[in-house]
Design a protein around this ligand. Sequence first.
Ligand SMILES: Nc1ncnc2c1ncn2[C@@H]1O[C@H](COP(=O)(O)OP(=O)(O)OP(=O)(O)O)[C@@H](O)[C@H]1O
Length: 212
Amino acid sequence: MSEPLLIVKNLFCERDDRVLFDQLSFDVSAGDVVQIEGQNGSGKTTLLRILGALSRHYEGDIYWKGTSIHDDSLTYRNDLLYLGHQPGVKAVLTPEENLRWFMALHPSLDVGQIRHALTEVGLRGFEDVPCHMLSAGQNRRVGLARLYLSQALLWILDEPFTAIDKQGVAAQEALLLAHAERGGAVILTTHHELNLGQFVRRVNLDKQVGTK
Ligand SMILES: Nc1ncnc2c1ncn2[C@@H]1O[C@H](COP(=O)(O)OP(=O)(O)OP(=O)(O)O)[C@@H](O)[C@H]1O
């Protein structure tokens, strides 16, 4: 069996004198979809921000391909796509402009690929409409279009289905599965009941029991 891509070891995090998690350990391998579960305020976003190398407010170790993410943060960040809790869309820009902005670090991507991604998320015909004129779900879809463009191995997604309709959720679930089947890995939070059968592993922050 191949080594896990991500190893999370003995994480401890405290906020406002409240321990969110202690001795939290789990790993993530190629092909895994890992759902972080827990009630409101249990620390899911906090954990995803830590795993996304956006916060160092913790103790413990995180290894990516065998190396601490802080010893080789460049490799880790290159392999990572993090979609936060907010859609992360600039309201004055159009969907196409937003994606060009997101993808500025990937100059090999062309307008055709960006338009294809927008079509995949159901925004055909809205490419040139400023995002402040789009609905909440459409704005979320602009952010999710990055998943169709990304070459990253690890996707970390914080509530990606917020404001997305049923059909959109089903399409996103299929995309997550396809990514896992290609050898990628996904860590996400969602209050939505995932329809991914045995593909999903769960880490529950309420029970503090790691993977089950
Ligand atoms: N920057 C911060 N400073 C102090 N406390 C914080 C900070 N960020 C989060 N917290 C606290 O940490 C706890 C966990 O917050 P977090 O957003 O991780 O929860 P969550 O499980 O994602 O919740 P939800 O399901 O409501 O999105 C909360 O009690 C919150 O008040």
